[in-house]
Structure formats: C-alpha cells, structure tokens
Write a protein that binds this ligand. Sequence first.
Ligand SMILES: NC(=O)c1ccc[n+]([C@@H]2O[C@H](COP(=O)([O-])OP(=O)(O)OC[C@H]3O[C@@H](n4cnc5c(N)ncnc54)[C@H](O)[C@@H]3O)[C@@H](O)[C@H]2O)c1
Length: 261
Amino acid sequence: MGRLSDRVIIVTGGASGLGEGIVRRAASEGGRVIIADLHGEKAEALAADLRAEGQEAMGVAVDVAERAQVIAMVEAVTGRFGGVDVLFNNAGFNKPVPFMDVDETNFNGIMRVNAFGVLVGMQEVGRHMKERGRGGKIINTASIAGRQGYAEFAPYCASKAAVISLTQAAAREFAPHKITVNGIAPGVVVTPLWDGLERDMIEKGVIREMGEFINSFSAGILMGRPATPADLAGIATFLASADSDYMTGQIIMCDGGMVLV
Ligand SMILES: NC(=O)c1ccc[n+]([C@@H]2O[C@H](COP(=O)([O-])OP(=O)(O)OC[C@H]3O[C@@H](n4cnc5c(N)ncnc54)[C@H](O)[C@@H]3O)[C@@H](O)[C@H]2O)c1
C-alpha cells in the first residue's frame, strides 16, 4: 500500500518537468493519476508509459485558463474514476522581460495561466469536491519568485505572489468542507522551463551559452546545486497524503536554502 493508494490525483502541467516528477511519484505511491497538460499528446504518452508499468493513468489536453476546458476535464475524470481527491495546480511558464518593457500583453499573458489558471482549477475542482462531500486536497505550485522580486521576471513574480494569496483565500473558502489548500515554492529546478529561459537570455544578449543563466542564478543555493523534480516529489506526496490533513493555507519553501524568508 502506498501513501496515496487509490487517490484520484490531477496534475496540471503534468507532462513535463516538476509536474512529471509529481505524476511519477504519485503513481508509484498508488495514486490514480491524471496528466492534464496543454500538450495532450505528451500527457497521453506519459499516461501510456505508466499504464505499461501497471499503474492507473490518463492523459487530458487542457488549457488551465479556459474554464470550459477545465470543467470538461473534471467531467471526464469523474466519469472515469468517480471523483477527484487531489488537485495539483502546477501548470505555469516564465518569459523574461526587462522591467521597463512590461506591458499589458506580456503581463496579462503570464497572469492568465499562472494565476487565473490556478484560480479556475481551484474553483472547478473545489466545486466538485464540495458537492461530493468527501474533502480533498489542493496543492499549488508557487515559487521563490512569489516571495522575492526579480527585475527580469516581474510578471512571473507577480503571478507567483498571486498564487500564494489565492492559496490562502481558498484555504479559508474550503476549510468547512475539509478541503485543504497548500502550496510548494521551489527555487531553481532543472526542467525544460530553463531551456526556454536560456534561449531567451541568449537572444537578449544577456548570456552567451546555454546553461550560463541557470548556473549564475543557482550560485547562492546553500545546498550547492539546483533541484531536480525528484527533490520536490516527497513534499508533493506529503501534501497529497493524510499526513498533512491538519495543515492548510501554507506554502512550503523547497529551494535548497536559496531565499531565507
Ligand atoms: N523550474 C523551476 O525552476 C521552477 C521554479 C519554481 C516554480 N516553478 C513552477 O513549476 C511549475 C512547473 O514548471 P516546470 O519547470 O516543470 O516547467 P515545464 O515547462 O517543464 O513544464 C510546464 C508544463 O506546463 C504545461 N502548461 C503550460 N501552460 C499551460 C496551460 N495553459 N495549461 C495547461 N498546461 C500548461 C506545459 O505544457 C508543460 O508541460 C510552473 O508553475 C513553474 O512556474 C518552476
């Protein structure tokens, strides 16, 4: 018996990076996992991989900021598994932009997915959990960037600060229904997200080679290295399991000792 035996667990952005790490660990702990991602084919490929290993998994194509798609996803999951026990609102992206170049388009583009997408996920899955009456767990991926501002990532920082506030607001909303809402704030995690950032920084002439940006950003990490998705998977499992039942509205920093707040 795993710590997440038979729990039905949706992981948004589950087809890559951190989300994939959460999906793989949750499945190995006995969870029935739904990989919900903008890239439906990648989500289904990962689900097929897990099914081949004997685990229960399903891939769904969804844009987390499109309410109709999120509602359709909840219906598809409840139709197949009977209900949702855990939601990881993990989908998100970053795009560097100099502070003075932030405008309506790049600000709203990041806020739409990273902040509004988290709100929609909590509302629609929370609505289902309330109606079902068996409680539940919602876990949001925040970031150190929600605790500390970085000039080249202002919209991203604002979106992650919003994730922290939304986590607290939802914890108050859902507590009477035994639904807990918590978050994880990673620091630097080696995932495909960084490949995009490195390419953007090369294009802007800030760095010359792939890897330079993540290396300089990681220089102050007390543990001496950036994280891998596996470094976050244990905390994700804890927050999805009964071990965290008396905890809500909290953000767990897991950044190797990068931002001490
Ligand atoms: N990598 C890091 O250093 C780091 C640090 C702190 C927080 N985070 C956060 O962790 C989360 C996962 O990031 P990652 O590093 O694994 O990135 P990633 O790019 O490897 O994976 C993100 C996944 O989210 C999906 N996605 C993006 N927009 C979506 C949308 N609108 N609807 C559904 N799916 C969507 C992508 O298709 C992708 O599969 C993000 O919220 C990110 O902000 C990452």
